[in-house]
Design a binder for this molecule. Structure first.
Ligand code: ADP
Ligand code: MG
Length: 400
């Protein structure tokens, strides 16, 4: 895989696929960006290309417009923010390909940036038909001399601006994709030990693939969040009205048996915070793991579990965390997530956060991002990496 250090971009038009899919707040004077983390993460690659003398054309998506122009999903406000962060003007063109885009690109000089309109306004971007995607990719390739892949959040997708266009132009990995790929390759193939993984979030079925693959490399797996109740049920505990995926209980039992055979410790909660409703002002109780009564919902790990999890993380030299420990969006159920985040933040080991909601939790709880070795920008992509899958947007960069 070539990197920006391997290519000469002076005087070239370089098409960069970035991930600029930021959350927007609509209202007042129009749309505003509520978290610019992904725009920030896209800047180093763009700056390096500009410094190298390139004219930079950025392609990206926002939201799920489903192949139609949706004004509220325009990237125009992103160009404004990008320009502030870059400290130099960023042009915007209200087209992705075709004559209007070509005209804007023709005017672009080395050292200048142009952001194309939301690539998902074009239905061919996400088409399942390779011929349709190839057609859009050819139009994109028409705009540039080279392609740089830097949208880590989309590298698990087979899409025109991610994979197909890379096959048509000389290509390289951007700084962000390179950094993310390095981190995940490291934890998959050569983790410092003890290696602990903390999993939470809503659904077991989303994460069984990850657990299956982790059994090859990890020393302990700590499980909290909504998914812990399927594990607790598999061990014969009552879970009241907590989130439960009954159809996964057998699979979970098999996974636990496999872990035991491989000498991997699976650590489950010993107490939980319960309420009768998922509401910020609901009455809460803390109960032992056999005390969840019908009518009560487990919404966070309890204080004894926090102690237990913290002690299991204290000596770890690699920690990967994916998925909140509770409904952290509501203050009474955020303690477990905060405690795990703090355990990572104070760990001297190599700490990686994957998952969109986990990264959002860190920002919401106000923990400094610098206290973590790596916070992934790609939720789905980071999970697929941990599942051991080949990511098409990375694999294509290895092709000639
Ligand atoms: P990530 O995006 O980090 O991979 P997920 O999307 O899997 O995480 O899960 C995040 C969601 O899980 C959060 O919205 C959180 O409220 C929810 N969640 C966590 N614990 C529970 C629980 N005990 N019951 C219901 N939902 C939960
Ligand atoms: Mg999520």
């Amino acid at each position: 895989m070539l990197t920006l250090d391997d290519i000469d971009v002076a005087g070239k038009r370089v098409l960069v696929r970035s991930d600029l899919n930021v959350p927007m707040k609509i209202g007042g004077a129009g749309a505003s960006i509520s978290d610019d983390g992904r725009i920030r993460a896209s800047i180093p690659t763009i700056r390096k290309l500009l410094d190298g003398g390139a004219a930079v054309i950025v392609a990206a998506h926002l939201g799920r417009p489903k192949g139609q122009a949706r004004p509220e999903m325009s990237l125009a406000p992103v160009a404004v923010r990008m320009s502030e962060l870059l400290g130099s003007p960023v042009g915007f063109v209200a087209a992705t390909t075709g004559p209007v885009a070509e005209e804007a690109v023709d005017k672009l000089e080395p050292g200048e940036v142009l952001l194309l309109e939301n690539v998902r306004f074009d239905p061919r971007e996400t088409s399942k038909d390779p011929a349709e995607r190839a057609q859009l990719a050819a139009e994109l390739a028409e705009l540039a001399d080279m392609y740089v892949s830097d949208g880590f959040g989309v590298v698990h997708r087979e899409q025109a601006s991610v994979t197909d266009v890379a096959r048509l132009l000389p290509h390289a990995a951007g700084q962000l994709v390179l950094a993310e790929a390095k981190v995940f390759r490291k934890v998959l193939s050569d983790p410092d030990r003890p290696y602990a993984v903390v999993l939470g979030g809503a659904k077991v079925s989303d994460k069984l693939g990850v657990i299956g693959n982790l059994l090859k490399s990890v020393d302990r797996i700590l499980i909290g969040g909504g998914m812990c109740f399927t594990f607790l049920a598999a061990r014969g505990h009552g879970v009241g009205d907590s989130l439960l995926e009954s159809d996964q209980i057998d699979t979970v039992r098999r996974v636990m048996a496999q872990a035991e055979e491989s000498g991997i410790e699976i650590v489950l909660p010993v107490d939980v915070v319960v309420a009768r409703a998922v509401e910020a002002d609901a009455d809460t109780r803390t109960v032992g793991i056999d005390g969840i009564e019908p009518g009560w919902i487990g919404l966070d790990i309890g204080p004894e579990t926090i102690e237990l999890f913290s002690s299991k993380l204290a000596d770890a030299r690699t920690i990967v965390w994916n998925g909140p420990m509770g409904v952290f969006e509501m203050a009474p159920f955020s303690n477990g997530t905060r405690a795990v985040a703090e355990a990572l933040a104070t760990s001297p080991g190599f700490t990686v956060v994957g998952g969109g909601d986990s990264a959002a939790a860190i920002r919401k709880l106000g923990l400094p991002e610098a206290d973590f070795s790596h916070i992934s920008t790609g939720g789905g992509a980071s999970l697929e990496f941990l599942e051991g899958k080949e990511l098409p947007g990375i694999a294509v960069l290895d092709e000639e």
